[in-house]
Design a protein around this ligand. Sequence first.
Ligand code: 8YV
Length: 317
Amino acid sequence: MTGPGEAASKVLQVGALLPSLHQRLRDHYDVVLLDDQDEDYLDGHGAEFTAIATRAAVGVGKELIDRLPRLRVITSFGVGYDTIDVAAAAARGVKVSNTPDVLNDCVADLAVGGLIDVMRRMTDADRYVRRGEWRKAAYPLATKVSGKRVGVLGLGRIGRAIARRLEGFDIEIAYHSRRPVDDVPYVYVDSVDGLAAWSDALVVAASGGEGTRGLVSASTLEALGPAGHLVNIARGSVVDEPALVDALVNRRIAGAALDVFADEPDVPAGLLPLGNVLLLPHIASATHETREAMGDLVFRNLQRFLADGTLITPVEA
Ligand code: 8YV
């Protein structure tokens, strides 16, 4: 077993990281970027690494964990950890950290922006102006946002930040999550489809992973109905994507604002011609301020762990 001093020296970087984090890691540790190595590199060097730095979009599977017999910690850039095999890590006693809270504001801002954009058709109207169509006719009427009913699916830290913002629009809020929470004024609905049936718009803010795969199903979209809008800033996997495409193409729901997809960066071709869908390239946390805060938290988690074996923001297995 390596001691803490030795552990601090060698970090395996899995995937590209924010440039400032990449540099900071190199300034303090001996960092090896896995992407630059040969396939068999870890056969000879796997035992040298006690720490991994990665990002949520890339993650760490069991196979990689198995190739690093002295691994003690995985620090990840991103709040979601559905791409990290947390159970395999725990079975080996490997600790995992993520970057919660520091991105709540930006993700919630984008969710609300997406909701307003798609209900008011702002991006589509922008395209209309650019195509010169305003000269021929007024843009069609859209849907009022203020005062509507919004269902929040997943009332964690980000879901709550979204709900707080929506209160400012006099929106009535209800939610569904694994269990009701005590300290919010919102109505709990005990099924996803029940929440969708109640809602004018459904905002998906549940974490990804096997437990939530396909939680928003064809029947949920049916319940949301032809006047309903969907916003997803969580993970593409939470929504049955073929069912969503079908519902949008056939106007069984009114529109959607999507920042996440099942197979990023691939976006279902059927969505591309649709004016009632806002398509964003997974940018909810992508501001200078938030990404720097996420990078700082990754670095501080690693630094703390290598100093005393604890994490600032541990993921519970
Ligand atoms: C990041 C995210 O863009 O935090 C998350 O889980 O999905 C985003 O904030 C992404 O994870 C970075 O890899």
